[in-house]
Structures are given as C-alpha cells and as structure tokens.
Design a protein around this ligand. Structure first.
Ligand SMILES: C[S@@+](CC[C@H](N)C(=O)[O-])C[C@H]1O[C@@H](n2cnc3c(N)ncnc32)[C@H](O)[C@@H]1O
Length: 413
C-alpha cells in the first residue's frame, strides 16, 4: 500500500465546493419561519424527559430551537427517505410513508433540516446520516458546506443485506452509507473496538517471540518523507529507504533493539515487533459487515418498513455519546434509535410525521418486541401477553392532531 507524504493544506476559495440551485434558502430566512406550538398530549409518567413528537420535522426542529434546545443535543442520527420514488408499507400493508422527493427538492428538503439540527447540536455533538448511493454524494457536499470539511469524520460503508442473485447486469447492491460529522474538533468519541477472535489474532500477529513466547507482528520502522535531522541519519550503517526517514532516532532504535523489539530478517532488514499482549480489540474501521437488517425469522422486528439494525445504532450511540446525553432522531420510523438510546441510558427526542411510525414506536417502547416471524404488532389491549417495559416518555403534537393521534394509537385505553 502506497502512502502519500502529507503536505500542509492551503485553504483557498477554490477548495470549497458548493451546490448552487434556485430554491436554496438563506439560513437567516429559514430561522425566521413560522413554527407551530407543540403540547404534551400523553405521558407514561409526569416529568419524563424523553419526547416523541408527531409532526413534520422542520416544524418540530424549529420549535425545539426556539424552546430551549439550542446547543443541547449531543448526538443526532437520521435515516431519512432516500429518494427512491416509492411508497413504503408495513407488514399489515398500511402506508407508513412516501419517499417521492427528488433532485434539488430532495436536497433542499434535507438541507433546511440540517441547518436547524446544526444549531441544536452541542459544541461536542456529532451528526450521522444514513443514505444510499442515490443521494449520498450531493448530500456530502451540502453537509461539508454546513459543518465544514474539517469536521467530516467518516464515510462508512455498511453491508445491508446478504448477496443477491437477482442482479445480472451489474454488481449486486448490498451496501448503504453513513456520513459522520462532528460540530467541532472537540467531540465525544469513545473509540469502538471489535473483539478479537482466535483466528484473527493468529492472522494479524503471526509471529511468536522466541525469548518470551509472546505473539507479535512486524511493522516497518520507516515512514514516508525525507528528514534532515537524526531520523534521516544512518543507523547501524544503513540509510532509511529512498524517500523515507526512520520513525525513531538512531538512539531510540538502539534501545528498541536491546529490548528485543526489533526483528531482523535473513537479509539484515530491521522491522519493529508489535506485540499482541491481549490488546483490547480491533479498532472499528469504516466498513461495517455485521449490521445487516433483518436476515431471518428469529430476529426481533416491528414490521415497520426500513427498520434498521439496533446493534448498529448501539455502536453509534456508544461511540458518540455518554450516559445521560440527549440523542435526537427526527426521522424516527420504528424508533430503533430511541430504543437503543433507552437501552444505553441516554435521554432521547424522536420525531416522525407518520401515524404508523408513532403507533409502532409507542408499542415498541412500552412492550418488549416479538420476533420477525410474529412481527405483527397488534394494538395494545389487555390481552397483550408482551411484558411492559419501564420506558418513560411524553408524546407531543399540535392541538389539531391531538385527538387523531390519541385515537389512532389507542392511547386512552
Ligand atoms: C427510512 S425511515 C426511518 C427508519 C428508522 N431508521 C428505523 O430504524 O425504523 C424514514 C422515516 O422518516 C419519516 N419522515 C419522512 N419525512 C418526514 C418529515 N418531513 N417529518 C418527520 N418524519 C418524516 C417517515 O415517516 C419514516 O418513518
């Protein structure tokens, strides 16, 4: 693998790439927009912090911004419609939501929401968005404009399903993408690790140190770039390879060798020994293979379309927030983010404008879920055999929707 030599970046006007289109609104004008007043229409208990809003998220985000939530949200994960030109139905064949916006209408729909989410985020907050190949590229440009390229953290590729045989004329489509930004460079980051398996340890640390029996791997002791100081000087009569310098001074290399931490090849080439020594795990990389959405009937699911893998949400929430932090998902769907936040003892705010979504979330949070095979979540009834959970939250809506949502979700019963 070739590694380039880093050079100091000169920022110039030309290094900022902008998307220009007619309907692109000014942030100042957006923030002046009218928004509705939301009231709590139902609660599991008084004074619960967690909030589930029924309404259009642009309206709700403006409401939150103007009602004490500016700079308070620690983590946002959203999984919006992907511009698929489709209508999504749940397993009961009820329409859950429409995904019909395209082109600049789609981009501007999201951009307006991003601008407000940015203001809601705390200074150490992070933002994740899940998309597929249709819109991830223009949305990356828009997010770079809002967060700044310097706050772009990762472009994650997720394996979303098992290989498909149906695609005959191109490669099978088994991936989608998550963009990760932070508001500033001082963001919460609890580095996630994947546990070592025995095979992985043997693959990655194939050598055994004769003196100590410890497993190790060999890594180069030079790095790209020419240096004039000590690290550019000969060590044991050897110069670093062309265009490279030693990673350590000759003095430090002597110390490493004396401590048995340099492996010499038959041809006399030195390498550093990096010992396994029960390392914590493999730091997680930006290709995620273990978080497919539902693959078999024994998995737990709500039956809401496009429900994401809860283990993936647990990873994101653990990495980018701490206990007690506020997690927001304003395209909440079946409530995967809210459920994961609840399990990890974060506070949460969820928003969706689909009655099916709100009904699913309430059911999911109040009762333990059923397996995919028995996915149908019946309305709550006294005969429901599922166990009640202790989740405490309030539901918010605007006055004119109050009775609809109460009766749709069977809340008085
Ligand atoms: C892809 S689904 C989210 C699925 C979710 N991540 C899960 O695990 O279940 C997108 C959701 O966004 C909601 N949505 C779309 N436009 C919205 C809007 N303007 N305001 C609020 N919710 C919206 C839809 O109703 C739908 O539930």
């Amino acid at each position: 693998m070739a590694t380039g030599i880093p050079k100091k970046k000169k920022s110039s006007k030309n290094s900022i790439i902008e998307l220009k289109y007619d309907i692109k609104i000014n942030k100042e004008d957006l923030l002046q927009s009218h928004y509705s007043c939301y009231t709590d229409i139902w609660r599991t208990q008084d004074n619960a912090f967690n909030k589930l809003f029924y309404g259009d998220n642009l309206d709700v985000l403006l409401y939150l911004l103007n009602n004490g939530y500016k700079n308070t949200v620690n983590l946002i994960y959203i999984d919006p419609p992907y511009s698929t030109s489709s209508v999504f139905v749940n397993r009961e064949q009820k329409v859950a939501y429409h995904d019909t916006l395209d082109g600049y209408d789609y981009i501007e729909f999201l951009r307006r929401r991003f601008l407000i989410m940015y203001d809601l985020l705390s200074q150490t907050g992070s933002f994740y968005i899940h998309l597929d190949e249709r819109m991830v590229f223009p949305i990356k440009i828009i997010l770079d404009e809002i967060f700044g390229v310097c706050n772009f953290r990762a472009f994650i590729t997720r394996k979303k399903c098992s290989p498909k045989n149906s695609t005959r004329t191109t490669y099978g489509d088994i991936s989608d993408y998550i963009l990760f930004y932070s508001k500033t460079k001082n963001y919460v980051w609890n580095r996630p690790y994947v546990a070592w398996s025995n095979e992985k340890i043997i693959e990655q640390y194939p050598c055994i140190d004769e003196a100590t029996g410890r497993r190790y791997k060999k890594v180069p002791i030079h790095a790209p770039g020419v240096r004039n100081g000590d690290t550019g000087k000969p060590w044991r009569g050897m110069m670093p390879p062309l265009g490279k310098h030693w990673q350590y001074t000759p003095e430090k290399l002597d110390m490493l060798d004396a401590a048995g931490e340099i492996a010499w090849s038959k041809n006399g080439n030195p390498r550093r020994k990096v010992f396994f020594d029960g390392k914590q795990g493999i730091p997680m990389q930006n290709i995620w293979l273990d978080y497919q959405d539902f693959v078999n009937q024994s998995q737990i699911s709500t039956g809401y379309p496009t429900e994401k893998n809860i283990e993936m949400l647990k990873t994101i929430i653990s990495a980018s927030s701490n206990k007690g932090d506020i997690v927001l998902d304003c395209f909440a769907g079946s409530g995967t983010t809210l459920s994961a936040a609840e399990l990890l003892e974060r506070r949460w705010i969820g928003v969706d404008n689909s009655q099916e979504s709100i009904q699913t979330i309430i059911s999911r949070l109040l009762f333990e879920e059923q397996s995919y095979g028995d996915y149908v979540i019946k309305r709550r009834s006294n005969s429901c055999s599922r166990k009640l959970t202790k989740c405490a939250f309030q539901i918010f809506a605007i006055e004119k929707d109050k009775n609809n949502i109460i009766s749709y979700c069977n809340l008085n019963k």
